[in-house]
Unconditional design. Structure first.
Length: 338
C-alpha cells in the first residue's frame, strides 16, 4: 500500500487520529501538516480570520463552520501512523502487528519518515474493534477454525458457547463487542476444533483473502459513517421541531407584550387629551371673566373712532364719513361729539 492512497470513507477512529495530527503544532519537522497549509485551505473556503491567528484557533474556525469532512478529504492522505499507534489503537502487540505486515494483511509504507520508524497508512486504523487480533489468531492456528458468532442479547453469548462446547473444543474466546453494523446486538470471536478431528481454517490462507478483508473493513467504515450521518439528520430534525416550538412561544409572548404596550399607549394618550381639554376650558373661563358685562358691544374700535374725528377736522362732511364707515350719520355725529 503506497503513501497517498485515497480512502472511500473514514471511520471515527481515523477521523479522530487525523484531527489529532492536524492540531499538532510543535514546529520543525514534527509538524506533519503546517499552519500555512491550513491557512490556504481556510482562504479557499472564504472564511475570514485575524492575521496572527494560531493554528489551533484556525482549525476551531473550520470545524465551527461545518467544514470537517472537507478538511479530512484534503489532509487524510498526508497522515501516516507510526507502528506504536497502529498497534495501540488496534489493541494488538508490536509482534502481532509485524506478523500481520508479513502476511500482507496490513502493509507498512516504503519509507520511515523523519523519526526513522515503521509507518503505516491511515487504512491501518480502518478495522473494526478486535478484527486484527482475530485475523492474527486465525493465521497462527492450523488445527482450529476461527469464527465469529452474533447474538441479539449479551446474555445469549454464554448460552451459545455452552451449546457449541457439546460439539467442539473451544478456546481463545474474545470479549463481546457491540455490533457496528446494527443498532443492537453483539458479536464474539472464538476458535473451535472438532472433538472427532481437526478443522483446517483456510479463511486467511492467502494474501488475496487478506486484501478482500481490508476492502470489506473499508466498506464497513463507510456504512458506519452513513449511519452516523442518518443519526445526525434525525437529531437535527428533532432540534428543528424544538426551535419551531420555541419560536411559536416567543411570538405568543411578543404579542402579549405588544398588547400591553398598546394599552399603555392608549391610556397615556387619553390622559394627554383630558389634560389638553382641561387647559382649554381654563382658558375659556379666564376669557369669560375678563369680557365686558351688559349692553350692546361697541361697533367701532377706539382707533376707528379717532379716524372719524380726524376726517371731520380735515373738512369731510358727516354724511361722507358715514358712507366711508357704512353707518348712519347720526352714529358718526354721536362719536365725533363724545
Amino acid at each position: 500500500m503506497n503513501k497517498g492512497e485515497n480512502f472511500m470513507e473514514l471511520n471515527q477512529l481515523q477521523k479522530d487520529y487525523v484531527k489529532k495530527i492536524l492540531y499538532i503544532n510543535t514546529g520543525g519537522s514534527d509538524t506533519k501538516i503546517l499552519k500555512s497549509s491550513i491557512i490556504t485551505f481556510t482562504e479557499s473556503h472564504g472564511l475570514v480570520f485575524k492575521k496572527n491567528i494560531t493554528k489551533g484557533d484556525l482549525l476551531d474556525l473550520i470545524f465551527l463552520n461545518g467544514l470537517e469532512q472537507e478538511l479530512y478529504d484534503k489532509f487524510a492522505n498526508r497522515v501516516d501512523v507510526p507502528y506504536w499507534d497502529a498497534a495501540k489503537l488496534n489493541e494488538i502487540t508490536y509482534k502481532q502487528l509485524s506478523d500481520l505486515d508479513q502476511l500482507g494483511v496490513i502493509k507498512a509504507l516504503d519509507y520511515t519518515g523523519w523519526k526513522d520508524c515503521t509507518l503505516y497508512p491511515l487504512a491501518a486504523l480502518g478495522f473494526a474493534p478486535g478484527e486484527l487480533l482475530e485475523i492474527w489468531n486465525n493465521k497462527n492456528k492450523t488445527d482450529f477454525f476461527r469464527t465469529r458468532i452474533e447474538t441479539e442479547n449479551l446474555e445469549d453469548v454464554q448460552k451459545l458457547i455452552n451449546e457449541l462446547s457439546k460439539l467442539f473444543e473451544i478456546e481463545n474466546v474474545s470479549k463481546p463487542y457491540p455490533h457496528i453494523e446494527k443498532s443492537s446486538g453483539y458479536y464474539i470471536y472464538l476458535s473451535i476444533r472438532s472433538l472427532n478431528g481437526s478443522i483446517i481454517n483456510d479463511d486467511y490462507k492467502n494474501q488475496e483473502n487478506a486484501k478482500l478483508k481490508l476492502v470489506n473493513s473499508t466498506l464497513k467504515g463507510t456504512i458506519e459513517e452513513l449511519n452516523s450521518k442518518i443519526s445526525k439528520i434525525e437529531s437535527d430534525s428533532r432540534e428543528t421541531e424544538y426551535y419551531k416550538e420555541l419560536k411559536e412561544r416567543f411570538n405568543a409572548q411578543k404579542e402579549k407584550v405588544l398588547e400591553a404596550e398598546l394599552a399603555s399607549y392608549k391610556f397615556t394618550h387619553l390622559n394627554n387629551v383630558i389634560e389638553n381639554c382641561k387647559k382649554q376650558i381654563a382658558g375659556l373661563e379666564e376669557k369669560l371673566k375678563s369680557a365686558p358685562t351688559g349692553g350692546r358691544p361697541e361697533k367701532f374700535t377706539d382707533q376707528e373712532k379717532e379716524t372719524m374725528k380726524m376726517y371731520r377736522l380735515q373738512g369731510k362732511s358727516i354724511r361722507k364719513i358715514a358712507e366711508i364707515f357704512e353707518c348712519s350719520a347720526g352714529l358718526v355725529h354721536k362719536i365725533i361729539n363724545e
